[in-house]
Design a protein. Structure first.
Length: 241
């Protein structure tokens, strides 16, 4: 699994730490489904306020107690503070010179290590889901709102199933050659170029296609950005090259 990480995409004036199914709307949420709260790792929800798009994460007190998380009641981030540095980073990370260099470095260092890192991250995600499920069930037994807790459990179970599916694919993949790595990254670079001119209603889908994941860390006033292509996309792009 290829992964590129930027740890200093400035969050700008976002004042605090916010999954939505894709729809076309007159007010598109460009970061829907790819922006996560750094406190609780849940997707942040889009919300328009005074004509501007924000993302927020609302954390009920009983959820915080059940999960032993020090989380503000509501966390906010303004979309306009993220998009310019995000698109600038993507354009740089997947420029032709950088693609060639990165592909060579990944091949030289060994995809086995990259796959091992992905495997470790996925196992950690599964373990965290198990911890959350146990905490949610404890909250339910303690008298929390059943409808609310059932929603939390369903969300975590979905995340766990997705991580397990990815883990199986990571274990089955062979080591990629430098040419294959380059082909995958070049294809993502093509999508990044499309992003620069894309209609706002299409950008959310393009962000998802390149495997973008953003994590807002309000304590550090930054947004981490990681690109991890979907394994099926990688295989298809390599075979078509």
């Amino acid at each position: 699994m290829l992964g590129l990480l930027a740890q200093a995409i400035l969050a700008g004036r976002g004042r605090g730490p916010t999954a939505h199914k894709p729809h076309r709307t007159r007010r598109p949420y460009l970061l829907r489904g790819v922006l996560f709260c750094g406190y609780c790792e849940r997707r942040m929800q889009g919300n328009y306020n005074h004509g501007e798009c924000y993302y927020r994460c609302r954390y009920p007190a009983e959820y915080a107690l059940a999960n032993d998380v020090d989380h503000p009641k509501t966390v906010y981030l303004r979309e306009a503070d993220v998009l310019p540095p995000l698109d600038a980073w993507l354009a740089t990370a997947f420029g032709e010179e950088r693609i060639t260099q990165t592909a060579q470095e990944l091949a030289a260092s060994g995809q086995d290590r990259t796959a091992g890192t992905a495997d470790e991250a996925l196992r950690g995600r599964i373990a965290e889901c198990d911890r959350k499920l146990a905490a949610h069930r404890a909250a339910l037994e303690a008298g929390a709102d059943p409808a609310l807790v059932t929603g939390w459990i369903t969300e975590v179970q979905t995340q766990r199933a997705a991580a397990q599916a990815q883990l199986r694919k990571v274990g089955a993949r062979r080591r990629m050659t430098v040419e294959e790595i380059h082909a995958v990254m070049a294809a993502i670079g093509d999508l990044v170029q499309v992003l620069q001119q894309a209609d706002p209603a299409d950008k959310a889908e393009l962000y998802a296609q390149i495997g973008l994941r953003l994590t807002y860390r309000p304590q550090k006033r930054l947004v981490e950005a990681q690109v991890t292509p979907n394994p099926h996309v990688c295989e298809r792009l390599v075979s078509e090259d």
